[in-house]
Design a protein around this ligand. Structure first.
Ligand code: DPP
Ligand code: ZN
Length: 862
């Protein structure tokens, strides 16, 4: 496999102006005829080299003349010509039904669909498969009328007709230039939901949502979400939709969440289908977020795209930031922000600490699919958020406006984006750009001193980024630090809060002084998680309590609660029994006021009362004895549950929710009820069993059904298995719903878990070919079943490795996602490290190992 480097970027030798592509759809023998107008780019005499994989070439014509002067190999077609302008027609055959990689053209439950990002178009025809080749497309699709009544592609439908043998055809034309990764084709039979959206400039846009037959009624939330997204982008960024029709198709077999193809989004059905019976509040939230994300790509991604794939964060970081802002406006901002931060701390920090560490704009890639990462997406969004903080809302908007004005219709770089921000604000962002080239999680260390006599309070900030696997040298970054001082008098009463400050940390060390402080203030730091860093400050227990109760920033209040829990859990392992009991007791006592605070927002309360996940604790320590950490966490959780048993019970009873609606208020209510239900179960409350059963049997929505199951699972209650059986009975015909059940099975802590998994792999609804099933069962086990995956006998690692070896042949992209927990061996104890590495070596020896797995394994083996 070849390493591609960002530094080696060269303009394409040829450009393609127009594409006229014709599909004759057959499951195993689809004929693709692609005519392009090609021009030489610059003065040179190089041949035309097209990308192509797994294609059966039938003919090559240059200006209408059959050619034989070409060279073909596994991945390319080289055509020798000295012409500067010509028409090229290539005919080839592909096998969509045999395509289990779900890249290129494939079949999902009988329907044809495509996935071309990043480099899937080359599995459809020979082409210049790179994002800086932009062309206008015309697409003709021919297929069976009965099997495929809908024949869809990008842009506007311009013609259609009937043919012999029960076939029909449709012709589409997309007026916008686009790179081939935004091409899409769908053919099948669906239920169709229709709506319209009238834009700010009064144009009427047709909205069409295609779902599996019989599922129409589950599509309304997605359609509503689309209209909200369209309105939001107009209000917030002045951006209108630009075609007369916007189509979304939901398919069951899909590697990613969804794909922003121009005018024809293809979605994983998980992010479209929902009603209260089948989907949780979280599903409703995610659907709105993903619909928004793909819609926002129309401007940030499609109208302005990436010059090369190293620039992926140009569109993804920015679009994730935009979808996060949208979600903030649609739901609880604090819950949303905490969700973002959890992804950063649990997954992105882990990636940066692993051998896959890379900057948000990577420098070297073997398989591009490996770089659709939490770093490029979520850290990328944090970098955009820092720009937003540094420039202010208006300055950021001015930068966005300039970006669109300058680059609309072009394929550009991350540097171009930052330059637009810089020019619109007249602010030097030279040092800020290091966020694009430097990997690793920076640590910000804060210390402070207070002089009683003078009232002088000094804060010293210093920054450090430790070397990462990919990069030894680290430079100082620009880190915006939002903080305030909480002034307390001697009875710990709040006197005042000094208005929030934003300092730009640019040096290794910086000192800030405040005079006239009557006592030592409490420092409220990292408001709203203003930078993707780890914060080191020696908070005392009383500081943290003050922050939990009095910080003006909700994120900091939550973060303080998490620090209280974490400090205790991380120390338990080293303590004797007596000290342990005492420190647990002291920790738990801190939450009394939070639980009893009737004025506290229910959402924030829920978050503050949630014990940090194993994954976030795992990122706070080195050389972790995973079993010990898991036990310590559970020990605190159980003590917390026991101590407030009465309060949990009262809280549970006090919240009565009327008939299900997906509203911000109801979501908060269900969330806290399901949290306290878990605590009732964990504390073995005498009524826990009956409440759980009652909730399960009477629930009018999926959130509460799953809430009951999760509580029974955590409390290890006898009826867990019987409730799970009832759930399976009810949903056995609905694999998307059953995925929740597969996931709960897979992360259950039980001694016979591997035998369980084997059994479940034989379930009528399980198939290794569907990425949603694989992620639900195998993914949940590898990512979240701590005791099973990290079993010290190595059996969990071996199980996952065996599975990945199978999956390598079927779907390399999904296999490569799923190897993540195995390559993150750096943090565990030495014995487990060796066991994990051994399994990586076994996978590495697989004949026919994909580039995807090859890249991760070679990077991660010492
Ligand atoms: N479809 C993926 C996303 O929207 C890749 N572009 O993030
Ligand atoms: Zn995206």
């Amino acid at each position: 496999p070849i390493v591609k480097r960002r530094a080696d970027y060269q303009q394409p030798d040829f450009l393609i102006q127009t594409v006229d592509i014709h599909f004759e759809l057959e499951s195993h023998e689809t004929i693709v005829t692609c005519s392009t107008t090609v021009t030489r780019n610059g003065k040179h005499d190089k041949p035309l080299v097209l990308d192509g994989e797994q294609l059966k070439l039938l003919s090559v014509k240059l200006d209408g003349k059959e050619q034989s002067d070409y060279l073909q190999d596994e991945t390319s077609l080289t055509i020798h010509t000295l012409k500067n302008e010509f028409e090229l027609t290539i005919q080839n055959q592909i096998d969509p039904k045999g395509n289990s990689s779900l890249e290129g053209l494939y079949q999902s439950s009988g329907a044809f669909c495509t996935q071309c990002e990043a480099e899937g178009f080359r599995k459809i025809t020979y082409f210049l498969d790179r994002p800086d080749v932009l062309a206008k497309y015309q697409v003709t699709i021919v297929g069976d009328k009965t099997l495929y009544p809908y024949l869809l592609s990008n842009g506007n439908k311009v013609d259609s007709g009937e043919l012999a043998d029960n076939k029909h055809w449709v012709k589409w034309s997309d007026p916008f230039n686009k790179p081939c990764y935004l091409f899409a084709l769908v053919a099948g039979d669906f239920d169709l939901l229709e709506d319209t959206f009238v834009t700010a400039s009064n144009r009427s846009v047709k909205l069409e949502l295609f779902v599996d037959k019989g599922k129409a009624e589950r599509g309304y939330h997605a359609l509503e979400s689309l209209k909200k997204s369209m309105a939001w982008d107009e209000t917030e960024f002045g951006l209108e939709y630009d075609l007369d029709i916007y189509m979304i198709v939901a398919v069951d077999f899909f590697n990613m969440g969804a794909m922003e193809n121009k005018g024809l989004n293809v979605f994983n059905s998980k992010f479209v289908l929902a009603n209260e019976q089948t989907a949780t509040d979280e599903d409703f939230f995610n659907i709105e977020a993903v619909i928004g994300h793909e819609y926002f790509h129309n401007w940030t991604g499609n109208r302005i795209t990436c010059r090369d794939w190293f620039q992926l964060s140009l569109k993804e970081g920015l679009t994730v930031f935009r979808d996060q802002q949208f979600s903030n406006d649609m739901s609880s901002p604090i819950v949303n922000r905490i969700k973002n931060v959890r992804i950063m701390r649990e997954h992105q920090f882990a990636e940066d600490a692993s051998a896959m560490s890379h900057p948000i704009r990577p420098d070297e890639v073997i398989e591009m699919n490996n770089f659709y990462t939490v770093t490029v997406y979520d850290k990328g969004a944090e970098v955009i958020r820092m720009l937003h903080t540094l420039l202010g809302k208006q300055g950021f908007r001015a930068g966005m406006d300039l970006y669109f004005q300058r680059f609309d219709g072009q394929a550009v770089t991350c540097d171009d984006f930052v330059q637009a921000m810089q020019d619109a604000n007249n602010k030097d962002l030279t040092q800020f750009r290091r966020w694009y080239s430097q990997s690793g999680t920076p640590q910000v260390t804060v210390s402070d001193t207070y002089e009683q006599e003078t009232g002088l309070y000094k804060i010293e900030f210093s920054q450090q980024t430790k070397p990462t696997f990919d990069q030894a040298e680290k430079l100082n970054l620009v880190i915006p630090m939002r903080f305030s001082l909480i002034d307390q008098n001697h009875n710990q009463q709040l006197n005042s809060v000094i208005e929030e400050q934003i300092v730009e940390l640019t040096e290794q060390t910086q000192v800030i002084e405040f005079s006239n402080q009557s006592s030592k203030p409490v420092l409220s730091l990292l408001h709203d998680f203003c930078a993707p860093v780890k914060l080191n400050y020696a908070y005392s227990r009383s500081d943290l309590v003050a922050l939990m109760l009095k910080s003006p920033d909700d994120f900091t209040r939550w973060d303080a609660s998490q620090r209280v829990f974490s400090q205790c859990i991380l120390q338990l392992a080293d303590q004797g029994e007596i000290t342990k009991t005492q420190s647990i007791k002291d920790t738990v006592a801190v939450f009394d006021q939070v639980i009893n605070d009737a004025n506290l927002d229910l959402a924030l309360k829920t978050e503050m009362l949630t014990i940090p996940s194993f994954e976030s604790l795992f990122q706070q320590v080195e050389s972790v004895d995973v079993e010990q950490l898991r036990k310590s966490r559970l020990q605190l959780l159980e003590a917390f549950a026991d101590t407030y048993q009465t309060q949990w019970f009262d809280l549970y009873k006090s919240i009565q929710i009327p008939k299900y609606e997906y509203t911000v208020e109801q979501v908060k209510q269900r969330k806290i009820r399901n949290l306290v239900l878990k605590y009732l179960a964990a504390s073995q409350h005498q009524h826990a069993q009956s409440i759980i059963e009652q909730q399960f049997l009477t629930a009018d929505n999926m959130t509460d059904s799953i809430g009951a199951l999760a509580a029974a699972q955590l409390g290890d209650l006898a009826e867990f298995d019987s409730l799970m059986q009832q759930f399976e009975q009810k949903w056995q015909a609905d694999p998307l719903v059953l995925d929740k059940w597969f996931a709960l099975q897979a992360n259950t802590d039980r001694a016979d878990i591997l035998a369980r998994l084997e059994l479940l792999m034989g379930h009528a609804q399980y198939t290794i070919n569907n990425p949603n099933r694989v992620r639900a069962l195998i993914g949940s086990f590898a990512f979240y079943n701590v005791s099973g995956f990290h079993n010290i006998d190595g059996s969990g690692y071996k199980f996952v490795a065996d599975y990945l070896i199978k999956l390598n042949d079927i779907n390399p992209q999904v296999a490569s996602r799923m190897i993540t927990p195995l390559i993150q061996w750096q943090k565990v104890d030495v014995k487990r490290q060796a066991l994990m590495q051994h399994q990586l070596m076994r996978i590495g020896d697989t004949p026919g190992l994909s580039k995807d797995l090859y890249e991760k394994i070679t990077k991660s083996l010492p």
